[in-house]
Design a protein around this ligand. Structure first.
Ligand code: AR6
Length: 208
């Protein structure tokens, strides 16, 4: 009831202006942590020194989840740019835990950092690989002179990483590797992820 059956909302209509005001914490003396709930494709700071991180797969040619949303919003040029990234082994442009960078194309950010989180199941190296994904994304951002970076909850969707464990790895790792960055944001799509990140931050960091 309420919405007529012949009204079809596109994904864009549903999520427009969907980033909610969040919370801030002191990550380190020089870097702020910001937690937000919403759609990462809408996030931006200044369009010049900002980047969002994509939770991609090793082929880097798009997929479902946040990867699909980013490719949809950035436009076809993004897929073309990804295709140009050299393959390390057959079909693999970015091994698990590593990161690659492209322009933002139709997104309001300057750059997109593509990283590949671990598939959680039957993977004894999952924590180490998740840590690498965060660490290499931050390092690449610093290397490229970026100041603001926004992460989704890497591996917490299709790749099955439990949210509590992921939040702890994510916050610990960005704290260790944020030197050179001004702000690290997490844009969390699901309420559960938002509250889990928020609880983890409250128990380990100072709120500002
Ligand atoms: N903004 C922010 N977060 C989002 C958005 C969005 N628009 N959409 C989904 N999420 P997933 P993974 C959240 O599955 O687990 C793809 O097919 C989602 O709720 O996107 O790393 C790739 O091509 C979840 O919390 O990524 C790979 O094959 C988090 O983003 C595979 O999925 C990550 O979920 C990667 O799986």
């Amino acid at each position: 009831r309420g919405v007529s059956s012949n009204v079809r909302l596109s994904r864009k209509d549903v999520v427009q202006n969907w980033i909610k005001q969040g919370e801030s914490f002191e990550l380190t003396e020089t870097c702020k942590l910001v937690l937000l709930e919403g759609d990462i494709t809408e996030w931006h700071i200044d369009g010049q020194t900002d980047a969002i991180v994509n939770a991609a797969n090793t082929r880097l040619l798009g997929g479902g989840g946040v990867d699909g949303a980013i490719h949809d919003a950035a436009g076809r040029e993004l897929k073309e740019a990804c295709r140009q990234i050299p393959q390390v082994t057959r079909g693999v442009r970015c091994p698990t835990g590593e990161a690659r960078i492209t322009r933002g194309f139709r997104l309001p950010v300057s750059r997109i950092i593509h990283t590949v989180g671990p598939i959680y199941w039957n993977n004894s190296r999952a924590a180490e690989q998740l840590q690498d994904a965060y660490k290499n994304s931050c390092s690449l951002a610093v290397q490229e002179g970026l100041k603001y970076i926004a992460f989704p909850a890497i591996s917490c969707g299709i790749y099955g990483y439990p949210v509590e464990e992921a939040a702890s790895v994510a916050l610990r790792t960005v704290k260790e590797t944020s030197a050179g960055l001004q702000e690290v944001h997490f844009v969390l799509f699901e309420e559960k992820a938002y509250f889990t990140w928020s609880n983890e931050a409250e128990s380990t960091l100072k709120k500002i």
